[in-house]
Design a protein around this ligand. Structure first.
Ligand SMILES: Nc1ncnc2c1ncn2[C@@H]1O[C@H](COP(=O)(O)OP(=O)(O)OP(=O)(O)O)[C@@H](O)[C@H]1O
Ligand SMILES: [Mg+2]
Length: 264
């Protein structure tokens, strides 16, 4: 990416959980720089610390050691500058799609007319215009997740932190949402940290794929995805894509054996 200072910087981030009285190292000295406007995906075996890494970046968890810097300032708690999208769609069930999307803007004290217009724009971006007045319970899983994306985007966070946002969706909806996310990213250029279990998804979306390893949770390998945007079906089916995917697959599935015993 560019030579300017990183947007997000993990510096010696270390985290130890207490599991039934035993220390368990969930993150072991993670050092990682993410450039402004970069799309970074994180893959790795279950329990390797991906969500822990995201929670630290979101300011929801204070690490036992090290720090995360955003624009050079230390993360000390959640901020509207960092939009978080969790795996389970966290929508307010009693609010319509529009009200959900407007909610963050209301908190930010944006005026009513501006709020309305902005919500409309982002609802359109995720293709939910016809459902703006619907309640979440009447939407499919994919539609709920698109609403959560619109809500996170509308607040205009400089950084988007997404923890397996498409994990629960069927393959077709997933591909559609990947494309609408990339579309929005190309237009609005946020810095994105995106966690996934899916190696294809990790490669399809990213500038770089971070492969983590477990026990202790750490960065195992970083793989550049040297493929152009927009990413298309043609790219997804290309030999270049397959080669990178195979590299990532290999480093996820053939990791060095655990140097630390699991807690009982
Ligand atoms: N609050 C907690 N207390 C104790 N241990 C925890 C806590 N949260 C996570 N852990 C442990 O830390 C490790 C990393 O958890 P984390 O949720 O970050 O993994 P993950 O990579 O996101 O896994 P998955 O892919 O299954 O979502 C796991 O072994 C987990 O058991
Ligand atoms: Mg997780």
């Amino acid at each position: 990416m560019t030579g300017t200072s990183p947007k997000i910087s993990f510096r010696g981030v270390h985290h130890v959980f207490d599991v039934a009285g035993n220390p368990f190292t969930a993150l072991d000295e993670v050092d990682l720089d993410i450039a402004d406007g970069e799309f970074v995906t994180v893959v790795g075996p279950s329990g390797c610390g991906k969500s822990t890494l995201m929670n630290v970046a979101a300011g929801l968890l204070e690490p036992s050691g090290g720090e995360v810097l955003v624009d050079g300032g230390r993360v000390r708690g959640p901020s509207p500058q960092r939009g978080v999208i969790f795996q389970q769609y966290a929508l307010f069930p009693w609010m319509s799609v529009r009200e959900n999307v407007e909610f963050g803007l209301k908190i930010a004290r944006m005026g009513k007319a501006e709020r309305r217009a902005r919500a409309e724009r982002f609802i359109e971006l995720v293709g939910l215009t016809d459902f703006a007045d619907a309640l979440p319970k009447t939407l499919s899983g994919g539609m709920k997740q698109r609403c959560a994306i619109a809500r996170a985007y509308a607040v205009d966070p400089a950084v988007l932190l997404m923890d397996e946002p498409f994990g629960a969706l069927d393959a077709l909806t997933r591909v559609r949402l990947q494309d609408s996310l990339l579309d929005a990213w190309t237009r609005e250029r946020r810095t994105v940290l995106f966690i996934t279990h899916d190696v294809d998804e990790a490669v399809y979306l990213a500038n770089r794929v971070i492969v983590m390893a477990a026990r202790p949770g750490r960065v195992h390998r970083i793989i550049d995805v040297d493929l152009p945007y927009p990413r298309t079906e043609e790219i997804r089916l290309s030999p270049e894509f397959a080669e990178i995917r195979n590299q990532v697959w290999h480093s996820v599935h053939h990791q060095p054996s655990a140097p630390e015993a699991a807690p009982r």
